[in-house]
Write a protein that binds this ligand. Sequence first.
Ligand SMILES: Nc1nc2c(ncn2[C@@H]2O[C@H](COP(=O)(O)OP(=O)(O)OP(=O)(O)O)[C@@H](O)[C@H]2O)c(=O)[nH]1
Ligand SMILES: [Mg+2]
Length: 275
Amino acid sequence: MKSQTMSTKTIQEKLKTLSNQNMDPRTTIVAYGLMNAGKSFLLNMLTQHIEEEFFKTNDIRETADVKKFETEKIIYLDTPGLDANEADDAQAEFGASQADIVLFLHQPQGELEASEVKFLKKLTQSFGKYAESNIILVLSKIEKEEPSKINLIEDRIKAQCAYELGFTPKVFQVSNKRYQTGILKQKDGLIAQSHINALIEHLNVVVSNTGKVRAQRSLTEAEVLLRVLELKEQSLGARRQSIQEGIRQAFAIFNEQITTLSEFVDESTSKYRSI
Ligand SMILES: Nc1nc2c(ncn2[C@@H]2O[C@H](COP(=O)(O)OP(=O)(O)OP(=O)(O)O)[C@@H](O)[C@H]2O)c(=O)[nH]1
Ligand SMILES: [Mg+2]
């Protein structure tokens, strides 16, 4: 949003968000993606709900509200699939303001769709210079496709992000199914091929930067708001000056007319007296 055109209501909302931020020292990790992308399943694996689901999964649209699982250090948020309907998108965006780290899930059937790019652009704006480190792309269900196809899709998505978002995100190719089976049947090969542990390791590194990233994001947001307020003050000052100038000019004409009138009255009076 252009700072000059930010409405007073938006400024108030942003100030409110800013003052509500950073209250919980724990990192919030939010999963986003189109319906059926595998968000809930992935969060179950990351939170070690291997046999019993915490986040309900389904082939048809399942998650309708933002759902939360809390640990000592991390809060995991599951969101409704993007583009399910407007109310669900609003729910999803609500989560965005609370996200420290985003896991953006995509089924590798093709590259990113327009609605995914649109949502990622919003997230990128919100994260600013931390988008690259804190928005992580996850290609899900990889055991369903040939590795060569998935690699090709990953390359295309990276190029799309570089062009559309201005950065190349870190991408993880994961299989929730492999991880689940690997854990249940104690098959290390499957666990390794699921790449879930690699994702967990990476998340641990990003999580450790949460405090710094949050502080910087709040600072940047506060600086933007301050600049907006300065610009508004400048434009109000200019408006006040132009109104004052208008009044001065209007009064100058009025004063001139009064002077002419009083001269006329003086002249008429002296003429009358001399008769
Ligand atoms: N083969 C395979 N199926 C998966 C994998 N991850 C998820 N699924 C399946 O994909 C379907 C959707 O998974 P969910 O985790 O419910 O997807 P979601 O993104 O949470 O869906 P919504 O909440 O409806 O937006 C379910 O049938 C899952 O079992 C995976 O890694 N491999
Ligand atoms: Mg779900």
